[in-house]
Write a protein that binds this ligand. Structure first.
Ligand code: COA
Length: 382
């Protein structure tokens, strides 16, 4: 028997796995589009709730459609009491992404549409998950600090309500707005690892909760969701602006990587970084201390300059300035990846709904690298 010729692409790079209307990326030009709308337009004009509607429905909502969506999200923010009780029994030092994965999986027990996998029921589950993932992340923070989770405030936006439930005080408008933009920027990114994991699971016709639990598992890995936490650790390790040059040059000279810089798809500025850079600076100025922005900016300047000398187009990615932005918003570093999920649930669920609407089981082939034609040897003769 001969082996078939190799056709595999390592990591499925550049393999187009399926049509999708949800998100378009042009990595050479630095373009990111959510179903027709350039990310810059959405970041400047829209709200996270509008983007959620766009991702789910393929068009922006009118006023009454947006009001309806807001009302449904607000009505679904509270967690079932059983899930809070279960979360209180988690170890105090639980990794937040593991707590989130487990709590989301448990939510499926209490969903009024459990057992119903119709498209309509799946859309209702998408609303509940989008509303409740933010509540879970805030509750993780409260519970591990020995505090009772706070009830959501219906008058607050999704972004402002999350910051309120986590910090115990309502955010300033500028803070809520910055977080809202961060949610818009992270809402979808085509067939990244966690979205693809969600679609693979949905492709078996497993339910929305199974698909989203798969996605959260994929997001938890350091090659996907964790780079912004590493950026903040680096900033804290460097400590001050005057130490930046020495740290960065030493890292580059020893062929180390500066976290938050470079991207597998973008060969120019990651369009999301443009907004996060501005937000990091604005929040710093507002708080009267631009130290973290200034350090980040200097790091970026050096790395980009050094890379240009080697003719490499390496620029800041979405994680680079989200680190200092989140830090100044008072978000603990180990919540940066769960926060990614607060936003990305919108994209994940849109992809799951799209997968269900035109389903085909996702089942690639492997490139076999094992032996052929071995002769079975009885166990006592091996
Ligand atoms: N710091 C220093 N050098 C970097 C770099 C960084 N952050 N990112 C890329 N480079 C260098 C590489 O060392 C490599 O140099 P070489 O050609 O001399 O070997 C060159 O640029 C190309 O890098 P490569 O890793 O092959 O690019 P890629 O497109 O496959 O990888 C990443 C993209 C994201 C994996 C990479 O840029 C990286 O590790 N960045 C830091 C982690 C990060 O921020 N991840 C979150 C992504 S959203």
């Amino acid at each position: 028997m001969t082996k078939p010729e190799s056709t595999s692409a390592a990591g499925l790079r550049d393999v187009v796995a399926s049509p999708s209307r949800i998100c378009y990326i042009d990595g050479d030009k630095g373009i990111l589009v959510y179903d027709g709308y350039n990310i810059h337009q959405l970041a400047q004009n829209s709200t996270f709730e509008e983007v959620v509607y766009l991702l789910w429905n393929g068009r922006l909502p009118n006023r009454s459609e947006l009001d309806d969506l807001n009302a449904t999200l607000v009505a679904n923010r509270k967690l079932p009491g059983e899930v809070i009780t279960m979360m209180k029994a988690f170890p105090r030092d639980v990794v937040p992404m593991s707590a989130l994965r487990t709590a989301v999986s448990a939510l499926s027990f209490y969903d009024p549409d459990r057992g119903d996998n119709s498209l309509e029921a799946s859309r209702r589950k998408a609303v509940r998950l989008t509303a409740q993932i933010a509540t879970i992340v805030a509750a993780i923070q409260r519970i591990r600090n020995g505090n009772e989770p706070l009830d959501p405030k219906p008058e607050l936006s999704h972004a402002a309500n999350f910051l309120y439930m986590m910090n115990g005080k309502e955010p300033l408008d500028v803070e809520a707005q910055a977080f809202d933009i961060a949610l818009i920027l992270h809402a979808d990114h085509e067939f990244n690892a966690s979205t693809f994991a969600a679609r693979v699971t949905a492709g078996t016709l497993a339910d929305m909760y199974a698909a989203i639990t798969s996605a959260i598992g994929a997001l938890s890995g350091p090659l996907h969701g964790g780079a912004n936490e590493q950026v903040m650790k680096m900033l804290l390790e460097i400590g001050s602006l005057d130490k930046v040059d020495q740290y960065v040059h030493a890292t580059l000279e020893s062929h180390g990587k500066i976290m938050g810089i470079g991207h597998a798809v973008y060969r120019t500025e990651d369009p999301r970084a443009t907004h996060l850079r501005r937000m990091s600076e604005e929040i710093g100025k507002r708080q009267g201390d631009t130290k973290w922005f200034d350090m980040s900016h200097r790091i970026e300047e050096i790395v980009v300059g050094e890379m240009e000398k080697k003719q490499k187009a390496i620029r800041a990615n979405v994680d680079f300035y989200s680190a200092s932005t989140y830090y100044m918003l008072g978000i603990p570093m180990d919540l940066y990846t769960p926060i990614f999920a607060i936003s990305r649930i919108s994209g994940w669920s849109a992809h799951v709904l799209e997968q269900y609407a035109n389903n085909k089981l996702i089942r690639p082939r492997s490139e076999y690298t094992g032996h052929m034609d071995l002769k079975y040897v009885p166990i006592d003769q091996r």
